[in-house]
Every structure is written in C-alpha cells, then in structure tokens.
Design a protein around this ligand. Sequence first.
Ligand code: FAD
Ligand code: NAG
Ligand code: NAG
Ligand code: NAG
Ligand code: NAG
Ligand code: NAG
Ligand code: NAG
Ligand code: NAG
Ligand code: NAG
Length: 594
Amino acid sequence: MRFSPGAVLFYCLVPLVSSFPANQNTSLVAGRNSTNPGYDCVPHHPCWPNRAQWQKLNSTVGGNLHATVPFEASCYPGNKNYDPEQCKSVQVGYANSTVRSSVYGASQVLNWQSCGNVGCTLQSTQPELQPFFKTCSPGRLASYYVDARTANDVSRAVRFARKHNLRLSIKNTGHDYFGRHVAPNSLAIWTHNMNDMAYHPHFVAHKCPPANAENIGEIGAGVQAAAAYEYFGKHHMGIPGGNDGTVGLAGGYGQGGGHGIYAPSRGLMVDNAVEFDVVTADGKRRTINQCNDPDLFWAMRGGGGGTYAVLTSYKFRVFPEVPINTYTIQANFTNPNTLRDILTAHANNQTTWSSHNVSGNVYYYPNRAEFYFIHPYNDNGSLLKKVTSDFRNYVTKYPGIKIGVNKPVTYPSYRDYIPAVDQLVSKLAPVGVYEVPASRLIPKTLFAPQNVSSLVDAVISGLNQNKKIKTLEVAAQVLMTTPVHHPDVKRMTGVNPAWRDALWHLDFAGGWTTNISISDRRSITQTVLKSLDPLKELTPGGGCYMNEASYLEPDWQRAFFGSNYDRLLSIKRRYDPSHLFDCYKCVGWRGPSE
Ligand SMILES: Cc1cc2nc3c(=O)[nH]c(=O)nc-3n(C[C@H](O)[C@H](O)[C@H](O)COP(=O)(O)OP(=O)(O)OC[C@H]3O[C@@H](n4cnc5c(N)ncnc54)[C@H](O)[C@@H]3O)c2cc1C
Ligand SMILES: *[C@@H]1O[C@H](CO)[C@@H](O)[C@H](O)[C@H]1NC(C)=O
Ligand SMILES: *[C@@H]1O[C@H](CO)[C@@H](O)[C@H](O)[C@H]1NC(C)=O
Ligand SMILES: *[C@@H]1O[C@H](CO)[C@@H](O)[C@H](O)[C@H]1NC(C)=O
Ligand SMILES: *[C@@H]1O[C@H](CO)[C@@H](O)[C@H](O)[C@H]1NC(C)=O
Ligand SMILES: *[C@@H]1O[C@H](CO)[C@@H](O)[C@H](O)[C@H]1NC(C)=O
Ligand SMILES: *[C@@H]1O[C@H](CO)[C@@H](O)[C@H](O)[C@H]1NC(C)=O
Ligand SMILES: *[C@@H]1O[C@H](CO)[C@@H](O)[C@H](O)[C@H]1NC(C)=O
Ligand SMILES: *[C@@H]1O[C@H](CO)[C@@H](O)[C@H](O)[C@H]1NC(C)=O
C-alpha cells in the first residue's frame, strides 16, 4: 500500500471554500501600517534578520534556537542532512506518535509537513520505499524554532518576531487537525521541552484569594497526557485528560476544550483550569486567573489555542483517583434493521447513562458496532453493569447478531488502564494517515422520546452518505464525553456553549492511506462534511468541537465558538491588536492571506 503525504492546497495556494465574511477579507499587505505590520517578512528579503541577529537571539535563549530540519531529511540523498543510519530510525518510528511528537520537524498527520507540491515526507505505510518528493523542503514548517525551556525564552522569541515583522507559530505535539501548529517562513516556539509538573495539595493563587484551592496540578506547556497520568497517578490523583497519551494537555487541548472519560463527572479540561502563566503579544509575562486579566483568562479557557497569548504553565483541579470500570461489546450484523434498532435503544438509554456519569466511545458502522463503555467510579463495576444491563441484553440477544467481545474489566486506577487504552487508540486513532474529521455536538432535547427517531435517521443518513468513500470505512463515532454535570451557568469559560447541552460529541472521520488524486481527496473531505447536513438540520444554531472539526466547516465562527464569538473577538483585539498570533479559523482570523 502506498501512502501520500497529501498536498493540501487550501493553505498555501487556494482555499477550497471561501468561508470568511467578506468584510474581513482585507489584504494584509495592502492594509499594512504600524498597527497592522502583517508579520510577513520572508527569507532572502532585506527585512529578514541577518546571521548576527539570529545569533544574538540564540544567545538569549540559551543556545536553543535551531534552523528547522525536517524529520525525514536524513532519508533524502542530496540533502545536507542525508544519513542512511539515522534514516533507518526515522523509518522505524514513522507511525509512532511519541516519536513524531519528540522532534520539531514532524507533525502527527503528514499533510502539514508539505505545502502544495513541496515537502519532505516518506511513504507512510512503507517508509522504506523511495521518499515521496524528489528533494526535501520544509513545506509548512517554520524556518527557525526556539526549543523553549523557560517563559523568558518564550518572551524573547515573541519580542524578536515582532521586532523583525516575522510570522510567529506555536508548536506543541503537532496533533492539530487544521495544521495550526506550523506556518511557513515563521519563527516557531516549540513547547515540547517545557515539561515540569507539580502537585499542590494547598494552592495559593496569584493575588486572588477566591482562586485558592485544594488539589491543584500544575503542568508546563509541553506536558503530554501519558506523562501527566503517570505523575499525578503517583499522587493518587485523576486528571481531566483524553484517551490519547501523546496529546498536549496544556496546549490546544486545554485551551480549546479538552474532553475525556472524566468529562461527565468532572467537566472539560477548561472547566478545571484555575490559573495560567502566559506571555502576551507585548512580550510580557503574566499570571492570569479570575482576578488578574479575567477576560484573557476566560478567553484562554476554551476560546482556542494559538490565538491570544502563549501559555507557559497550566494550573487545574485534580481529584482523588477512582477505579476505571469498562464494558466492551463488539457486535456484527447483516440485517439493515439491526443498526436502526440498536441506535434507537442507545439513544433511549443515553439520558440515564449520562445521569450516572457513564462515558466512553461507540463506533457504528453499517454492519457492525463496537461499544466501549467507561465509568470512572468508586465501585467494582456493579453500577455500570446495572445501568447498561437492559441495553446489553437487548444487543446480545438481538436475532441474527454475532457477538465477538462481551466483557467487563475493572482497572484499579487509570495507570492500570493505560496499556488497554493505548492499544485501542493505535487501532482507532492511528497517526500517519490522512484524516479529515467532521463533527457535531448533539443536544439533550434530541434524546426526548418523540425526537429519537429523527436523531437516529440523521445518523444513519450520514453513515450512508459516507459509504461512498472507498478508501477507509467511515464510522459514526459517538463520544459520550460531554460535560453533562457542568452547565457552567455563570459562563466562566470561553468554550463553545454547545458543549453544555450536549450528550453526544458525534464525529465522522474519513481519510485515506494511499496516494490518491487531489480531486479524490477533495471529494472525500467534502463528502464527510456533507454527511453532517441531516444532523445540522436538527441542531440549528448548534455547533461542534473546533479541535475535532472539518477544516472546511462553513460559518465557522458560529459553529466553533457559538454566542461567545463576539466577546472572544473583542478580547483578541485588546490583547493582540496587531494579529501576532493569528491562526486558521481561530478567533480574529482574517482569511487565507495569513
Ligand atoms: C489522534 C488524536 C486524538 C485526539 N483525542 C482527543 C481527545 O480525546 N479529546 C480532545 O479533547 N481532543 C482530542 N484530540 C484533539 C486535540 O485536542 C487537538 O488536536 C489539540 O489541538 C492538540 O493540542 P496540542 O497542543 O497537543 O497540539 P498542537 O498541534 O501542537 O497545537 C494545537 C494548537 O494549539 C496551539 N498551542 C499549542 N501550545 C500552545 C501554547 N502553549 N500556547 C498557546 N497556543 C498553543 C498551537 O499553535 C495550535 O494552534 C485528538 C487529536 C488527535 C490527532
Ligand atoms: C545556537 O547555539 C547553539 C549552541 O551554541 C548551536 O548548537 C546552534 O546551532 C545555534 N543555532 C543557530 C541557528 O545557529
Ligand atoms: C514508540 O516510541 C517510543 C519512544 O521511542 C517507544 O517507547 C514505544 O515503545 C514505541 N511504540 C511502539 C508501538 O513501537
Ligand atoms: C502520487 O501520485 C501522483 C499523481 O497522481 C504522482 O505524480 C506521484 O509520483 C505519486 N507519488 C508516489 C509516491 O507514488
Ligand atoms: C456524577 O457527577 C456529578 C458531578 O460531579 C456528581 O454530583 C454525581 O454524584 C455523580 N454521579 C455518579 C453516579 O457518580
Ligand atoms: C434501554 O434500552 C433497552 C432496549 O431497548 C430498553 O429495554 C430499556 O427500557 C432502555 N432503558 C431506558 C432507560 O430507556
Ligand atoms: C461488587 O460489589 C457489589 C456491591 O457492593 C457486590 O454485591 C458484588 O458481589 C461485587 N462483585 C464482585 C465481583 O466483587
Ligand atoms: C466482526 O466483523 C469484524 C470486521 O469485519 C471482524 O474482524 C470480526 O472478526 C467479526 N466478528 C465476529 C464475531 O464475527
Ligand atoms: C425535540 O427537538 C426539537 C428540536 O429539534 C426541540 O425544539 C424540542 O423541544 C424537542 N422536544 C423535546 C420534548 O425536548
């Protein structure tokens, strides 16, 4: 099987869909002045810093400034970094998410390392074959990056970019589905090695007595979920992370929402935030919370990564760990009514499950379903068994159904659960394939008995539309990881309010693994997006999770940010008036010219 790194044209050549308001479609270059510098200096132009200036920056960041070397450069004969020995280790780790996140010059999805028809990737599923391009070019990767170790390093990079009118980018693990962690010709801040952690049984907030609290965790900007589970697990504390061990909790996850198995009982990551250390566009270090820069704190609790400031440290509530109770069922069927009946039973039971904080993921395919119920709760799994028993009996005894797995497992703590979840993630969320998600948050009203049949129809209709895609079987992924017991009535977070009523985060994820044509890629991406239409009709004015959405989502301001958009935009304008931190379809984005 051959794999193409995918030339995604919307970024570097033409947008596939023009979806930003016409009145914001201003050309950066035309409107450039001292309050709108453009940050568009590129190499080989007189504005570009000279050697001595780069060296000076390097000396102020402890020698941690580097010229970007793409991850795969060692595999390209003719490149100055060509090195067959090193290339072997690149090939071995090519689909390994931990390896990919440990170097600046790689992203989780290959697309963002290329730009149109230039790039430096290998053929993913067979990296030992001839490299994809004739020569190695950095594609969308930054020209230089600061491997930041301290908040001062971050501040110096910010000031340097401003002074020289350079585009700035911020990269953490490189999981972003829109490639917002990279920008061509930019100076990047790479946060991966800012990985300190601390547990504060008694936390004293910065000049803010109401934010003082018990059981607060503190993580540097680069900390990945697996390391945090390990560290806080040693203190017998649970944390509001997701399934994937390599996602960065303080980066896009913790600033854009952050849903996982604890969300029904403990809320999203942003719900648990109490204080951030940040560097703002003026290069200033600030400690922000509900008392200090409360608007900025509010915006960074869910209003998106990469938009308002660079976060250097994230402080959030942790909680006594409990056993992780699971129940897994895998069912195959051929009769087309089976899917409708099971989905209907699921939807009818959802309100009850949510009321007991049951979470987990369900994957519905046209001819099979996989249920992964997860219940973090202080018992031996008996409550999970009880509340799912009618449903499980219904599914397992359904005429003609073939049951593969049907089994409960209780893990004493999250750390004991990690090997199982890692196996699941590598099967259900592999990296090194091209993935195009599209999703919708499904509100509770649709689970009222008289509404269930239209909800079920809409899901099945989406699934049927996605059958057209032949490269990969598209599932309807039902994520029961919404913050059902955290209505945020006081509006303390900037996250999309659509989360608050939702019982499902429903995700159709399409993709491909072989070198298909650009028109086929477009058609797959558009099919996946279009398959949401029936669900959109049922949820007018609703929205989706920006971190797991389609990059072609039209009306993105409303879909990603809902009624918070205007307030977020005014905060963006106040803290980043010159648009230093702009990113694709982030608050304040002015269109593809950026
Ligand atoms: C395989 C996979 C599984 C996933 N599972 C989940 C899940 O279970 N739950 C969930 O909620 N999401 C999940 N996601 C989505 C994930 O939350 C987003 O991709 C998120 O943006 C990743 O953040 P990051 O910092 O690790 O990645 P990056 O791609 O490095 O950064 C993401 C964005 O945040 C910005 N950013 C990063 N660090 C900072 C910083 N310190 N200050 C300011 N801006 C910053 C970047 O510029 C970029 O715009 C998953 C994604 C993938 C690919
Ligand atoms: C920055 O300094 C370090 C240490 O002296 C050096 O290894 C590195 O190559 C320098 N970076 C650049 C871009 O010159
Ligand atoms: C991925 O790489 C990491 C770090 O080198 C290693 O510990 C891990 O075992 C690898 N995972 C797989 C599935 O090979
Ligand atoms: C991918 O396909 C394009 C044309 O569709 C072709 O030019 C290119 O060489 C192919 N790449 C690989 C690695 O097969
Ligand atoms: C569910 O979570 C809420 C909020 O944390 C809590 O009040 C409630 O007791 C929990 N219910 C169960 C069954 O765990
Ligand atoms: C759950 O689904 C089963 C099967 O349809 C049904 O018997 C049961 O009544 C449902 N439970 C609730 C609370 O709706
Ligand atoms: C689990 O706990 C329940 C209630 O305390 C008890 O009745 C049951 O026997 C326990 N089951 C196991 C397998 O320990
Ligand atoms: C169900 O289908 C899957 C995918 O086709 C297959 O791998 C699995 O073995 C099947 N299980 C049973 C019990 O038939
Ligand atoms: C059914 O859904 C519609 C929206 O599609 C909503 O207006 C209505 O209130 C729902 N019914 C109930 C009983 O919740």
